[in-house]
Design a protein around this ligand. Structure first.
Ligand code: NAP
Length: 226
């Protein structure tokens, strides 16, 4: 029986490529998308199963968890890839807090809501993994000005990774933050590295052995400074 992985924001960009690579690795992949049409189209393209899922919407997340419970009965890997608002037009000193709040709803509360809803299914796996797709922009060590909504929400996501890793260690659920690097997607824009390279580091975290790390921050399988 193949492992079951769920990817949020699976219909384009890095999430789509993560779905494609996980299918290649033999996973049963559930491709979460907030557009039913895009989800169905892209799932068919990559060999995944579509799942209607808006990570900002409690009802949508609960319905998605109920569907995965009914169809699969468990979840082995949760990949929180959906994110918004790389706000290059803003500075912290003048940032529109409504924009920051909206970003947090997707980038922080989205993954948090997903973990809470899917934990019962993850606990039914003997080797569950949670992968939070973060960014080196969230590294406090190198923190500079700019992109305030994006950076602060990813910093908070990293904190969530640390807390969940500690809390879920007894359940043997590995939780890590992964930076895909600068990747040429709609969010990353032109000039970044190929999406396959960015996705590979996320797939690495999804496929960690039981002895693998938890509560870490990595790019391409190598630790990043918090
Ligand atoms: P992207 O091309 O902009 O794709 C974002 C994905 O998230 C889309 O599938 C989008 O769906 C989905 N999404 C947004 N809001 C959602 C919601 N409320 N519910 C469900 N899905 C939602 O971004 P990307 O470059 O692939 O980024 C993927 C991850 O990598 C993000 O966490 C990002 O922060 C991280 N990252 C990217 C880079 C980079 O250079 N690209 C660098 C570091 C980290 P729709 O199609 O419906 O909008």
């Amino acid at each position: 029986m193949s492992d079951i992985a769920l990817v949020t924001g699976g219909n384009r960009g890095i999430g789509r490529e993560v779905c494609r690579q996980l299918v290649e690795h033999g996973f049963t992949v559930v491709l979460g998308a907030r557009s039913e049409e895009a989800g169905k189209t892209v799932a068919a393209e990559v060999g995944a199963l579509p799942l209607l899922l808006d990570v900002t919407d409690d009802a949508s997340v609960m319905a998605a968890a109920a569907e995965v419970a009914e169809v699969h009965g468990r979840l082995d890997v949760l990949i929180n890839s959906a994110a918004i608002t790389y706000d290059t037009w803003q500075r912290a000193e003048t940032a529109d807090l409504a924009v920051v709040r909206a970003a947090a709803e997707t980038n922080l509360y989205g993954p948090w809501r997903m973990v809470q809803a899917f934990l019962p299914l993850l606990r039914k796996s003997s080797h569950a993994r949670i992968v939070n797709v973060s960014s080196e922009a969230a590294s406090l060590t190198g923190m500079r000005g700019g992109t305030p909504a994006y950076n602060t929400t990813k910093v908070a996501l990293n904190a969530l990774t640390r807390m969940l890793a500690a809390e879920l260690r007894p359940d043997r659920i590995l939780v890590n933050s992964i930076c895909p690097g600068w990747v040429a997607t709609d969010m990353g824009g032109p000039g970044g590295r190929p999406v396959a390279e960015g996705a590979a580091g996320i797939v690495w975290a999804a496929m960690l052995p039981d002895s693998g790390p938890t509560g870490g921050f990595f790019r391409d399988g190598r630790p990043l400074p918090w």
